[in-house]
Write a protein that binds this ligand. Structure first.
Ligand SMILES: [Zn+2]
Length: 681
């Protein structure tokens, strides 16, 4: 049980409000009082014990649960309200321990140090006389100035203490520089000196674009190694990082495709030529961590690798990692809202091999169209593996040799979860190796699989065994329709924060039509969220976007109670499509659902780019969210009408009319935005 649920279970709203000094009187099954938040003579503040909610039908025209009551009453933010209520309920909050805070502060220091170093190197490349050779090098590689700026490419001078002196000057210690991977310690003298000298400096960033390390290319042909990376540091883990992801993330999400190249220069060149869904894997075989990261954004991965044999071997190693990752059990909420386990990492894998002797870097620079064609004709992994194996066999290979190849490839070809695909793969293999119809191979493969299944631990164990330490636990959530609406709206805003302004504009336009309804039609606000965790995140998100001192996501993380950070992380990484499917199902059973034409147009919309799609879909869902809230409040008002005396009945009925009018306006707007979203293709 979350602390929020625990608090709700332990505290009664009616009791809490009366203890806070509000004189509640019974009104039917509910309670009423003069509103503690505005001045009035006749009570319009109601508390509903069944739903544990309150509402002021007077000047405030707002309501909520125990958390929003405390926030309003004490004039505090959610985090503080949570603290107050946790204390009252005797619930232990998860605090950021002093150690955690210290650790965070240390990482933050290293980040700012690395950002400073990147700025220093970049300025040197642009301006310093001793960087002339480096400038000539980037010119030869065809890198434009905008690209140098975008990737903040720099130059480390040929000096033992350039970065050391620079960073010392502005207050960083040698220990910190060492920890950030910028210095090396001399083995005998123990003297510290610059790790990167006379090299082109390529900053490596995390997903949020913060510098965590460097890739450094030698400029003199004799210098070794050609590429020198930052060592492993508290910030930099090469095997979990993909170069360029912060710049490629959006485009990968929109195209649902990530192209993975080998080197920094390949990725930089691709971006310069407008191929913005490209990331680089930095000289290791693909790791599970990298694949998991990409699977949050992409459905299709295209591995673009060297045509040489070493490159092909790296590919196969990469595919082995993919295969392993593919058998990792995951937990997810399926479209019907039910909890499903053991889904597979559902990534379509393809391979391209640039023509002999060419890096993607060369190819893109010399002939962007050829690169485009290559991507369009990407081969499935199975085809690639089969073709490569067949090509490596001598023309006069014996039957035994050919069968041996088949046996080696079978496990890889059977790794896909799709049975038909498996059969097709095996049949193709049999055909290419001239092994008959493939029936014998299929039988062999089926037997092989049965044996493998016997080997395998039970699913529960498997998922535990394969979960990486420190990885966020998979979300286990079963959502009601209302919650799905709330989560979708919030997740869409977190993933595309610029949509907030557009959305609020749509709400403001509604009010312009009918000023009397201002409080009911105000822009999306925390009261629209009934789940306290979602409400708190929304509230803090709005504040984060309204300030400019700090990056909004850092602000959000710093200002949310620690208990809510897992929810934040889940929403930031949530697949919005899953919510959409859930919501679509509900709207199909809704008698007000639109015609089939619109529904099919909407299907077509799923082909549209992600951001554009959510820009169109979010208003519809946010308006629906408000409708749900007003309907709920209308029900509450209904209780009052049943029990009202003659004096108040008229006021309540008037009020009820306003609600109905607001709901009608919202419904119209929701339909318009629904239709717009369908035809905006
Ligand atoms: Zn009030």
């Amino acid at each position: 049980m979350s602390v929020i649920q625990e608090i709700r279970a332990k505290l009664d709203l009616v009791q809490y409000i009366s203890q806070s000094g509000v004189a509640l009187r019974k009104a039917g099954r509910n309670f009423k009082a003069c509103c503690p938040f505005h001045n009035e003579k006749t009570p319009s503040f109601y508390v509903f014990p069944d739903s544990q909610t309150w509402h002021c039908f007077g000047a405030c025209s707002t309501g909520g649960d125990i958390f929003s009551y405390v926030q309003r009453r004490e004039n505090v933010d959610f985090a503080e309200a949570l603290r107050i209520l946790a204390e009252k309920a005797g619930v232990q909050l998860q605090a950021r321990t002093p150690e955690q805070q210290e650790h965070e502060a240390r990482l933050e220091k290293l980040r700012s140090l690395l950002a400073e170093a990147a700025r220093f190197y970049h300025q040197r490349l642009l301006n310093a006389p001793d960087a002339a050779e480096a400038r000539a090098y980037v010119a030869r590689r065809g890198l434009q100035e905008a690209t140098l700026t975008q990737f903040q490419i720099g130059y480390a001078p040929d000096s033992w203490n350039a970065i050391l002196d620079r960073l010392k000057q502005i207050g960083y210690t040698e220990q910190e520089m060492l920890e950030a991977g910028l210095l090396t310690r001399h083995e005998e003298s123990e003297r510290l000196y610059d790790r990167f000298r006379d090299r082109l400096m390529i900053p490596i960033c995390d997903e949020r674009g913060r510098v965590i390390g460097f890739g450094a290319r030698a400029l003199k042909p004799e210098a070794q190694p050609k590429y020198l990376n930052s060592p492993q540091t508290p910030l930099f883990d090469k095997s979990a990082t993909l170069f360029g992801l912060h710049l490629a993330r959006r485009s990968i999400r929109e195209s649902e495709t990530a192209v993975i190249v080998e080197g920094y220069m390949d990725a930089i060149q691709a971006h310069q030529h407008g191929f913005t869904n490209v990331v680089a894997q930095m000289g290791t075989a693909l790791t599970q961590a990298q694949l998991k990261t990409l699977s949050q954004y992409a459905r299709r991965l295209i591995l673009a690798l060297d045509a040489d044999e070493a490159g092909a071997r790296a590919t196969l190693r990469g595919l082995e990692a993919v295969r392993q990752a593919a058998s990792v059990a995951r937990v997810f909420v399926d479209p019907s809202g039910a909890l499903r386990e053991s889904s597979r990492l559902n990534l379509e894998l393809q391979v391209i091999t640039p023509p002999q002797g060419k890096d993607p870097d060369d190819l893109i620079r010399e002939d962007p169209q050829a690169w485009r064609d290559l991507l369009a004709n990407a081969q499935s992994v199975a085809d690639y593996v089969i073709n490569a194996a067949v090509a490596s066999l001598p023309a006069n290979a014996t039957l035994a040799e050919r069968e041996q190849v088949a046996r080696e490839l079978l496990p890889l070809l059977m790794a896909t979860e799709n049975n038909l695909q498996q059969q097709a793969n095996v049949q193709q293999l049999a055909y290419k190796l001239r092994l008959g119809s493939g029936k014998a191979l299929l039988e062999w493969a089926a037997q092989h699989q049965r044996l493998k299944r016997l080997d395998r631990p039970a699913p529960a164990e498997e998922s535990r065994a394969s979960a990486e330490p420190g990885a966020p636990s998979a979300p286990i959530v079963v959502l009601t329709h209302g919650e799905a609406l709330q989560e979708y709206c919030l997740a869409a805003l977190l993933q595309y924060p610029s949509l907030l302004a557009d959305l609020q504009r749509i709400f403001r336009q509604l009010v312009r039509e009918d000023a009397e309804l201002e409080s009911l039609l105000q822009p999306l606000c925390s009261a629209d969220f009934t789940r306290p965790d979602l409400r708190a995140i929304f509230e803090t998100f709005v504040r984060a976007r309204a300030q400019y001192q700090e990056e909004w996501l850092s602000y959000l993380e710093a200002n949310l109670p620690a208990d809510l950070l897992p929810t934040l992380e889940r929403l930031l990484l949530a697949r919005l499509e899953a919510y959409e499917q859930r919501l679509r199902q509900a709207s199909q059973t809704d008698p007000r659902a639109l015609s089939k034409d619109v529904a099919s147009l909407r299907e077509a919309a799923s082909l549209h780019s992600d951001e554009a799609r959510h820009r169109a879909a979010l208003p519809h869902h946010a308006l629906s969210l408000r409708i749900v809230r007003l309907r709920r409040e209308c029900t509450e008002l209904g209780y009052l009408i049943q029990e009202a005396d003659q004096a108040h009945l008229l006021t309540y009925l008037e009020r009820n009319k306003l609600f109905l009018r607001a709901i009608r306006i919202l419904q119209e707007a929701a339909h318009i935005s629904y239709a717009k979203q369908s035809v905006s293709l």
